[in-house]
Design a protein around this ligand. Structure first.
Ligand code: MG
Length: 310
């Protein structure tokens, strides 16, 4: 198995932490490499060839289906990445039966929170962590679901327990787990992470999700949780009207056209000392042409803002 940070004979690029790359034996420190959220055969990300065509140097990937989570599939994907000079920086878990149709359905079906599917999904997430080792990647990530508000409830305490179990497995693979933001406020996410009491639990900060779910203000939230942010999404959105906020979806929009405020977002990322990838996410897989065009525009926007701020 390749080890994170290891240079390979064929010149492949292997990740070392979030900010360092070995490229053909040369150790390079980079700040804010652009990234794209991609999919192999499951999930809403773009295909790897889009990242390659756009010249993007890093990707996060949605975990493939169970029957393609094997060393051979990992080697094939890594080979394609190497051909395009792309580093895999995180692998996101996702599960059969999840639906983001509306906020109530999301709460009922997504992540490790729904109790009827929890044990099977924890096991599957462990398998995704194992698959991730074959990609030479030290980060798995997850929408854990709507963490129950009541910290004394059985649902909450059992979620803490199963998260610890998962994190211990992930640690055995030399990895960290980054929780996607959006389904709870910054304060409650911090409470949950503190209650889990593991040192390999961090945050993948998605500013748009906080807007889409109506759970928090993205910039205020980033300032609160910044010390735990180990990866980020660059995604934009507009709030639902006040009357429906928290029950009705906001709208995901092209980067720079929503309520996040990308210049401020990058300035705050800079102020908290975040130097890892800026991973663009555009969740309109039903319109691949527009998805690619919007991501291309997002790359240009981020490169321009990075020159300004970085
Ligand atoms: Mg996201």
């Amino acid at each position: 198995m390749r080890t994170a940070g290891e240079s390979t004979d064929d010149g492949a690029i292997m990740p070392l932490l979030n900010t360092s790359l070995f490229i053909r034996g040369v150790f390079i420190m980079t700040k804010w490499p652009i990234g794209v959220f991609t999919s192999i055969d499951a999930g809403l990300g773009v295909h790897l060839d889009v990242a390659a065509e756009l010249g993007v140097p890093s990707v996060q990937i949605h975990a493939p289906h169970q029957n393609t989570r094997n060393p051979e599939a990992a080697a094939e994907f890594l080979g394609k990445c190497a051909d395009s000079g792309i580093t895999v920086t995180a692998v996101f878990g996702g599960f059969e039966g999840e639906s983001y149709a509306d906020i109530a359905t999301t709460a009922a079906t997504v992540g490790l929170v729904p109790e009827e599917t929890r044990a099977g999904r924890v096991q599957e997430m462990k398998e995704i962590s194992d698959f991730t080792t074959h990609l030479g990647c030290d980060t798995v990530a997850l929408h854990i679901g709507f963490v129950p508000e009541d910290r004394s409830s059985g649902s909450y305490t059992s979620l803490v327990e199963c998260t610890r179990d998962l994190l211990d497995h992930v640690a055995g693979n030399g990895q960290q787990l980054n929780l996607e933001t959006g389904q709870e406020s910054a304060e409650h996410l911090l409470e949950f992470i503190a209650d889990v009491e593991r040192d390999n639990l961090f945050i993948n900060f998605d500013p748009a999700n906080l807007i889409l779910y109506g759970t928090d203000h993205p910039i205020d939230a980033l300032i609160k949780v910044g010390h735990l942010v180990r990866s980020v999404h660059c995604k934009d959105g507009t709030y639902a009207p006040v009357a429906g906020r928290g029950t009705d979806w906001g709208a995901e929009v092209p980067l720079g056209e929503g309520d996040v405020g990308m210049l401020t977002y990058l300035k705050v990322l800079d102020s908290i000392g975040y130097t890892g990838p800026l991973t663009i996410e555009r969740e309109i897989a039903e319109d691949r042409e527009r998805q690619k065009a919007d991501i291309g525009a997002a790359v240009s926007l981020l490169e321009s803002l990075r020159d300004q701020v970085g």
